[in-house]
Design a protein around this ligand. Sequence first.
Ligand SMILES: Cc1cc2nc3c(=O)[nH]c(=O)nc-3n(C[C@H](O)[C@H](O)[C@H](O)COP(=O)(O)O)c2cc1C
Length: 355
Amino acid sequence: MTLIASAADTAYACMRPLVHAAEGEAAHNLTLSALQPLPRARRALTSPSLATELAGIAFPNPIGLAPGFDKDARVAHAMPHFGFGFVEVGTLTPVPQEGNPRPRLFRLVEDKAIVNRMGFNNGGQAAAAERIRCLRRYGLPVPLGINIGANKDSADRIADYAKGAGAMAPLADYLTVNISSPNTPGLRALQDKGALEALLDGVAAAQGDGAKPVFLKVAPDLESADIDDIVGVALEKGLAALIVSNTTIERPPLASRHAGEAGGLSGAPLANLALQRLKDFRAASGGTLPLVGVGGIATPEQAWERIRAGASLIQIYSAMVFEGPGLAARLARAVERLAARDGFAKVADAVGTSA
Ligand SMILES: Cc1cc2nc3c(=O)[nH]c(=O)nc-3n(C[C@H](O)[C@H](O)[C@H](O)COP(=O)(O)O)c2cc1C
């Protein structure tokens, strides 16, 4: 595993000029094509300090791959090679869809940021389910989350989430309900109390017996009244965790020529906002609701700060584009060291200790 991770870093250093010269989405597709032929990972990066549990699921380490990188579950089998302790695929919609016209993915190199308005481009749940069934047959050494969404032209978006839950839950370790993409017009309105209750009832009903834990992924662009409402519904409906957060529609000052592109902003400029929202959700729930921290995490200190602020798990995406795929292993090893430095026997013991 370490061998492949360090070989990957070396290979990535050689490939970086090529990948970075390519247009954003072409570079992404190039990366997926390089990862797809890798052999299936058989072991995960773990240690007694890194191993953790959430919603009854055992995670070998708390650093995960955020959704959007592997929307169609093409490379999940390879990601544990790079140190990821869990992988979330998707967002997957019931019916395949093209997404928005290209270009729709922009690297803001000067800002270590990405703007995307992909619009849930994906091959649909049935095709991904076929791939995941195959993955399950051979085994994956880390938990797999499946992130579900609604089709843009759906007549009943709430029903789309129920369909997704019915189709994908049997294949998932956990299910993520994504109502926070800024790139499907009106989707974020599903974060409103009434709509959210109906949606989560639909998801629960569709799962029936043997239901999988449901995580809810929220936007960072929320007022405190929204946060209180979401926490109330999450507790009432027995959600397993909140994922904080998706990309932002805010635009802090940025240097790149792509700064004005429409879409969701991720990476370095999102870090403070996502950290603040994590703290807000922690405060609003009084620490009763497990949280997953995501948004702009690039360094060990940032990962550690997110854990201390209440994140049981971490996810990364944008920083990996700039730092290479070995970032997950580096972060995992680093938080293990930081836990020892600060006197925690296990990384999980530090969750929420600065809140
Ligand atoms: C190109 C791109 C596509 C994304 N697609 C999805 C998606 O389909 N579903 C989702 O829940 N989040 C998606 N995200 C959001 C990420 O999962 C993550 O929440 C966000 O990028 C913040 O983390 P980061 O700063 O580490 O990238 C996407 C992000 C990027 C950059």
